[in-house]
Each structure stands twice: as C-alpha cells, then as structure tokens.
Design a protein around this ligand. Structure first.
Ligand code: UDX
Ligand code: UDX
Length: 466
C-alpha cells in the first residue's frame, strides 16, 4: 500500500513537529494536520515562523520550507480524514480528573471521539496510527469502535509511540534512537499496514533502527521508557538529599556512577523535580494499570517515583522558607525560569508551579522571569491549582519581561529552569540590587558556586552538601 495522503489529528507538541519532519522528509506525501482548536491552527498558519504554537529549535525553518508545499494545517477534520490513507491520532490523553481512576488513569475521551469521527467519515480503507501515549490494550478499544460503527471499510491499527523530548524535538525526530511500530503481524493486511509505515520512516531512518513488535509491546514500551527515565531522575534526586546531609556532591556522584557503562551518564542530573506532560501522567497510568490487574507491589514500586518527585519540589520550597529565617511573608522571591525544562515554552507539570504555589501560601511575593513563557500561561498554571483566587494570584505574583528587573530588591533568587542565558547574567550587578544577605537557590545546579560566593551571594545548590 502506497501512502500519498496523511492526516494527523492533534496539532500539539507531538503532532506539529512530527508531521513537519515527515513532510520535510517525504515530499511525495501530502500531510494535513488538523485540530479542533481554531486559534492553534491559525497560529500554525501564521506569518511569523518564530511564533508557532510550539517553540522548538529548528522547527520554524522546517515549517517554512514545507508549509503550503506538502504540509497543511486545517480545522476541516472530516475532509482530511476522508482524503488520507493513513491517520495519526496525536490528541492529548491527560490524567482523568473525574470518576473511576480519577488522578491516575489516562482520560481516553478524546481518543474515543477521534475513533468515532474516523469511523463516521471514512469511505475508504484506512490505517489508523496511535501516536498519543496510551494505556496498553487501547488499540483493541479503538478497533472495536471502528469496526462496529464504521461504514464497512477496513481499518488497521498501528501503535507508533513518539519518543521525542521537548526542546530537542526536531533533532530527536531527524535522528531517532529507534522508531517503534506495533502492529498485527498475524494477518496479511496487518503486515501491509506495518510495511506502509516502515516505508515512510525509511525515507530518513536506517532500517535497523526501525523496530516492529506486536501492538501491546509497542504500547507498553512507551509507558516503560517514560517510567524508566523518570525513575532515574527520582533516583538521583533521592541521592541529592543524602548528598546535602553528608557533604557529598550529587554531580560528582552522578559522574562517578555514570562512567559505569552499565549505568550510563544520561538522565542523572539532579533537579528541583521532573515536569512535562508525560512522566507523571504515564507513571500514574502505569500504576493504575498494575492495580487493575491486582499487582499491588508493582503499582507501589512505580508510584514511589512520583512520590519522590513531589517530595523534591516540596523540600526545595521548604528550604527557601527555612533559609530566609522561617518567613517569606511579604518578601520578594525571584524565579528564573517557569518552563519544565529549557528550550521549550511548555509549562505542563513544571516544578515551578508547585514551588510557587507553596511560597505563595507562605505569602511571599513571587516574581517570575522566563524567556519563553507568557504571563498569561503562568497565571493560568497557578489558577488551575485552585489554591487561592485568581485575584490573589495576581496580587502575589508578578511576571517580568526583564530578568534584572525581576531580581531587583529580591531577597532570594530561585533557579527553576536550566535556561543557558541564566549562566551569562551579570551576577555582580544583580547582587548589588538585591536585599542582603542575598540568596540564590539553584534548583538546576547550573551556576558557578565559587563565582557566586566571591560576589557575596549565599549560594545553595541542589544536591551539594558543602
Ligand atoms: C502529546 C501526546 O499526544 C500525548 O499522548 C502525550 O502523552 C502527551 O503529549 P501533546 O501533543 O503534547 O500530546 O498535546 P497537546 O499539545 O495538548 O496537543 C493535542 C492537540 O489535540 C490539541 O491541540 C487539541 O486541541 C487537539 N485535539 C484534542 C483535537 O484536535 N481533537 C480532540 O478531540 C482533542
Ligand atoms: C520525555 C521523554 O524523554 C520522551 O522520550 C517522551 O517522548 C516524552 O517525555 P520530555 O518530557 O519532553 O520527554 O523531556 P525530558 O527531557 O525527558 O525531561 C523531563 C523532565 O525531567 C524535565 O523536567 C527535565 O528537566 C527533567 N530531568 C531530565 C531532570 O531533572 N534530570 C535529568 O537528568 C533529565
């Protein structure tokens, strides 16, 4: 089966960059990305390629090259489904906020809506590709909806989880460690569907990096990869607290263990806690799946990764309060960074949100500077928690466009995101303008301890005991 038209439902952090790269690498395929959110589609179609809805280094250039050639953004979901031979589902699957599995299970409402829409609209055979991260065995639910409500056309379901990390999405898509495709190898049409997707990726990915498995292994591999990655962060964060008590330095410990080729050096950076739309959601989902099979020990094991992460955020804010003489009420505390990691404007589950919330509950005046996150987003993140009224959040927290203004008259600066620019600030100048003693709480371990110390700062670095 030769695919000439691809439709992707969901123009978010996954759908947008993934389809842009497919369009660039497969000029013979027309790729249409659709979304129910009109303003998001308008922004993808906007004049300014530096202001796409998703900020990713290198993405603007690719969209500039492909948009209007073979990459299209549209709100006409029905038409795009109808024209396509292959449909990617990249809609979000947030943690359920209601009913059974509340706070744990993935909410599959949007996935089901997509499946029903595909079933209703399709007049020709389709390959439906799960791009969103889903609980294991979701494909069977999608298949059941498609087969029972469709117009008697044939559907093949593939699982093709996306492993890109935000901030490096384009790089990860262009040079993936592996591409994973799960499908039904036991039937002729299943094999053909798998082959059709393999062929698409083969346009730029070496064959030996394209793995094919059964659907359930593919679905579960994505949850497993995220659980393992998050577990490494929680493990090193657990050690960071021991380091602080014992005089060890977590970056030295990380280096020492990372040189063991069995452990490897990546994902061993202690931090104020992991964030992002995936780690917590996917682990809680895994915990829910384990519990639903009665595997309580397995569930408890993985839940601890999230518990440790919550603890890391809490102890970071507790440390700020206790260091500032047990009161931050009325004191200006500056946050450098709000995004969940550098080089992205995404704030979902960012540690900054909880740390700010804790400090606001202590009546601190928090001022925030982030190079890419808008003030609208910052207030929306806080308001969503519902800890206090939106007005109170506005009163207590201010957002600055200039980092030096954000730091002026501050009692303490907290580094929440590891943006490179923070390293190159004029820290002498910042020190001069602050209340004394001037504190820096480095939740990312990016600043130079000796330099800050010599300027006069009292410098706390996560995981550093001396
Ligand atoms: C991704 C993955 O797809 C998800 O499975 C993963 O676990 C988290 O990351 P992401 O691209 O980051 O989601 O989500 P988001 O940026 O929220 O984009 C999803 C888009 O789907 C939104 O623009 C939303 O408007 C759109 N959508 C949602 C639809 O078009 N139709 C729907 O029915 C629901
Ligand atoms: C993650 C996975 O890496 C990716 O494969 C998957 O597709 C989606 O989820 P993402 O959440 O975009 O990607 O970013 P990632 O680089 O994994 O970082 C997640 C969080 O962990 C960030 O808050 C980051 O700051 C934190 N982190 C990461 C650490 O604190 N220490 C580390 O050593 C690595």
């Amino acid at each position: 089966m030769k695919v000439k038209n691809i439709c992707c439902i969901g123009a978010g952090y996954v759908g947008g960059p993934t389809m842009a790269v497919i369009a660039e690498k497969c000029p013979h395929i027309k790729v249409t990305v659709v979304d129910i959110n009109e303003s998001r589609i308008a922004a993808w179609n906007g004049e300014n390629f530096d202001e796409l809805p998703v900020f990713e280094p290198g993405l603007g250039d690719i969209v500039k090259k492909t948009r209007g050639r073979n990459l299209f953004f549209s709100t006409n979901v029905d038409q795009a489904i109808n024209e396509a031979e292959m449909i990617f589902i990249s809609v979000n699957t947030p943690t359920k906020t209601y009913g059974k599995g509340k706070g744990m299970a993935a909410d599959l409402k949007y996935i089901e809506l997509c499946a029903r829409q595909i079933a209703r609209v399709s007049k020709t055979d389709k390959i439906v590709v799960e791009k969103s991260t889903l609980p294991v065995r979701t494909a069977s639910a999608i298949k059941s909806i498609l087969d029972n409500t469709g117009n008697n056309v044939q559907f093949e379901i593939l699982s093709n989880p996306e492993f890109l990390a935000e901030g490096t999405a384009v790089e990860d898509l262009l040079f993936p460690d592996r591409v994973l495709i799960g499908g039904d190898n036991s039937t002729d049409s299943g094999q053909k569907a798998i082959q059709a997707l393999v062929e698409i990726y083969s346009n730029w990915v070496a064959k030996e990096r394209i793995l094919t498995t059964n659907v359930w292994s593919s679905e579960l591999s994505k949850l497993t990869a995220n659980a393992f990655l998050a577990q490494r962060v929680s493990s090193i964060n657990a050690m960071s607290e021991i380091c602080e008590k014992t005089g060890a330095d977590v970056s030295e410990v990380a280096k020492a263990i990372g040189m063991d080729s069995r452990i490897g050096s990546k994902f061993l950076k202690a931090s104020v806690g992991f964030g992002g739309s995936c780690f917590q959601k996917d682990i809680l989902n895994l915990v829910y799946i384990a519990k639903s099979y009665g595997l309580d020990q397995v569930a408890d094991y993985w839940e601890q990764v999230v518990i440790m992460n919550d603890h890391q955020k809490q102890r970071f804010s507790d440390n700020i309060v206790s260091t500032l003489y047990n009161t931050v009420s009325g004191k200006k505390i500056t946050f450098l960074g709000w995004a969940f990691k550098k080089d992205t404007n995404d704030t979902r589950e960012s540690a900054a949100i909880n740390v700010a919330d804790n400090l606001l509950s202590e009546r601190a005046n928090v001022s925030v500077y982030d190079p890419k996150v808008s003030s609208k987003q910052i207030y929306a993140d806080l308001d969503y928690l519902g800890t206090r009224s939106n007005e109170e959040n506005k009163d207590l927290l201010s957002v600055y466009k200039d980092p030096y203004e954000a730091c002026k008259d501050s009692h303490g600066i907290a580094i929440l995101t590891e943006w490179d620019e923070f390293k190159n600030y004029d820290w002498k100048n910042i020190y001069k303008q602050m209340n004394k003693p001037a504190f820096v709480f480095d939740g990312r371990g990016i600043l130079d301890k000796d330099e800050l110390g010599s300027i006069g700062f009292i410098y706390y670095k996560i995981g550093s005991g001396d």
